[in-house]
Write a protein that binds this ligand. Sequence first.
Ligand SMILES: Cc1cc2nc3c(=O)[nH]c(=O)nc-3n(C[C@H](O)[C@H](O)[C@H](O)COP(=O)(O)OP(=O)(O)OC[C@H]3O[C@@H](n4cnc5c(N)ncnc54)[C@H](O)[C@@H]3O)c2cc1C
Length: 407
Amino acid sequence: MWQGVTITGFYDIVVVGGGVGGLALGCALAEKHHVLIIEARPGLVPSKRGLSLQANGLEALQKLDLLGRVTSIGLKTGHVACYEIDGSLLADLDYSILDHPHNYVLTLVPSELERVLRNEFSRRGGEIQESTSFKEVVLHHDSVRLRAQCNALSLEFSASIIVGADGENSRVRNGLRLPTKIRECPDHFLFMLAGPLDMLQEKARQYFGLGKMVGFFPVPEGTYIFYYLPAGRINDLRAEVLDRFKTELTNIMPEISDPLDSLISWDDIVYVAPKRVSVRHWVTDRAALLGDAVHALDPSWAQGANMTLQDALVLANTIDQCFQSGDFSVFRLKAYENARRKQTTFVQQQSDRTARLTTTENRFNYWLGKRIIRRTGRNKTLMRTALKASAGLSDRFSIREQLRFII
Ligand SMILES: Cc1cc2nc3c(=O)[nH]c(=O)nc-3n(C[C@H](O)[C@H](O)[C@H](O)COP(=O)(O)OP(=O)(O)OC[C@H]3O[C@@H](n4cnc5c(N)ncnc54)[C@H](O)[C@@H]3O)c2cc1C
């Protein structure tokens, strides 16, 4: 169909993007269907950051029969202690009050999670085509064709259905011309992996100040640190010597001094300006999007990957039904979007709200954010409501609940 293109085989499903979402979807489908994942990167790239899995994501991994393996590459945290930057305690968030089998946070290095998912996807019979970038798609009434580039080679693939799991800047979304709103989140972050600090295994820590927020979470053999940076400050910070930044972290939590020795240069630290993505339709005939491609969000609730894992299970189930009925129409695929949209929109909105109140240079917002954290820490009912939502186990706050956080 395209000139000068090498035609490859026909697959049941082609998934564009071998991140957490594409791989989880592949694992859910590969035993029953012929699945190909196209991934732009040449292989697994070790991450310089951590990833927190919460009850909803852990439940999805259990359904994929992968929870045991994933648990072995992460560290469980039952408490997150929230402090003011001067060291006074605002709240001790206790996940054990959640009435759920996974009432904890599991923090790991995301490339290790991808390794587990990749191995399982291959074991279940799936294929990964690496160093291959999706370029364009054409939908036909009986199939979908897509063109991708692998080094100098232009490749054409055909399938019954295509899934865009290619992240916040999704090219599949653009190729399908799905109307999309993208905006930069107010929070910019630095992320890094320092050496281990045993005391964090009992309680992870998060510190808040006006225009400052920093988190310390344990990962196997290390400490995952995230640091909020008001927009536009990255160049000023990187112009300084790294030791000044390390001193700032040590002033906030003196115990982190030795673990920071493992950070040698600014190259050990990742800078991210997250985006919020909202897409009017997640599906069309013979095509669907999942994960960050449809609902990238502010990282303040640590929910992006968790919700992506949930998407993967629901979409796999819907795609199974498409194969059973031979119907890949937008009407059939809409069942997936209808099942997932409410929760993802709720979490996007609440993450934005949390960001406005906790990572802010505005005095009133900061005062209000502190008040909400303190009230949440003092009242078990409020804590349960807040943790249930931020752990992906609910999709709404009642008006009464919203008011109780403030007054
Ligand atoms: C710094 C940071 C911290 C975070 N912390 C957390 C957390 O603690 N908890 C949590 O739940 N979430 C967290 N998130 C969010 C989480 O990482 C994402 O929501 C999740 O990775 C989304 O998965 P995905 O598969 O949709 O997209 P991605 O992980 O972005 O994967 C997309 C894949 O598609 C590939 N790709 C892109 N374009 C093409 C193309 N044209 N052709 C072929 N392949 C392509 C990419 O190489 C990539 O492998 C964090 C995000 C960031 C940036």
